[in-house]
Design a protein around this ligand. Structure first.
Ligand code: ADP
Length: 159
């Protein structure tokens, strides 16, 4: 059984993440999405909200589950009995930081591999930050995020 984790902030999940999730779930046996509490970021959605949105949008994939984690990603991988960590690459700008993270992880846990998925063209510009900005200014986010996330934006920005 090949278990893989897909770690990130997912604040909130976008169609870019879902594209990676669908493709990764097609090549591994179990995909565990790890929602990170990142103290250096100021999230719009709580960890519970981010998990709920991910669960709703991935319910059609039987081999995908969602968990919360804190601390080192490689430790989370070990807890999940995962040999592989999935990451997405959007553009050259992602490359340097992703390379740094992958090499650091490899040096502390050589038994765990990072697997990169190149973004699908329509999502190469898309990040959670972009989606939040578009939603904040009241523009149409229907091509960026699934309907449940669109509704969640509606609640956040009305309050
Ligand atoms: P982080 O906060 O660590 O950047 P994110 O939640 O934004 O995490 O993203 C998690 C992973 O998903 C990262 O590997 C990121 O590069 C990838 N990702 C995010 N958006 C896209 C996208 N539009 N296409 C491909 N990969 C993406």
């Amino acid at each position: 059984m090949l278990n893989a984790i897909y770690p990130g902030s997912f604040d909130p999940v976008t169609y870019g993440h879902l594209d990676i999730i669908e493709r990764a779930a097609g090549v591994v046996d179990n995909l565990i999405i790890g929602v990170l509490t990142n103290s250096s970021k100021n999230p719009l959605f709580s960890v519970e909200e981010r998990i709920q949105l991910l669960e709703k949008t991935t319910e059609e994939f039987p081999n995908v589950s969602v968990r919360h984690f804190e601390g080192l990603t490689v430790e989370f991988a070990r807890q999940c009995d995962a040999k592989v960590m999935i990451r997405g690459l959007r553009a050259v700008t992602d490359f340097e930081s992703e390379m740094q993270i992958a090499q650091t992880n490899h040096s502390i846990a050589p038994d765990i591999e990072t697997m990169f998925f190149a973004t699908s063209l329509p999502y190469s510009f898309l990040s959670s930050t972009i989606a939040k900005e578009v939603a904040f200014y009241g523009s149409d986010v229907s091509k960026l995020v699934p309907p449940v996330v669109e509704a969640a934006f509606g609640e956040k920005f009305v309050k």
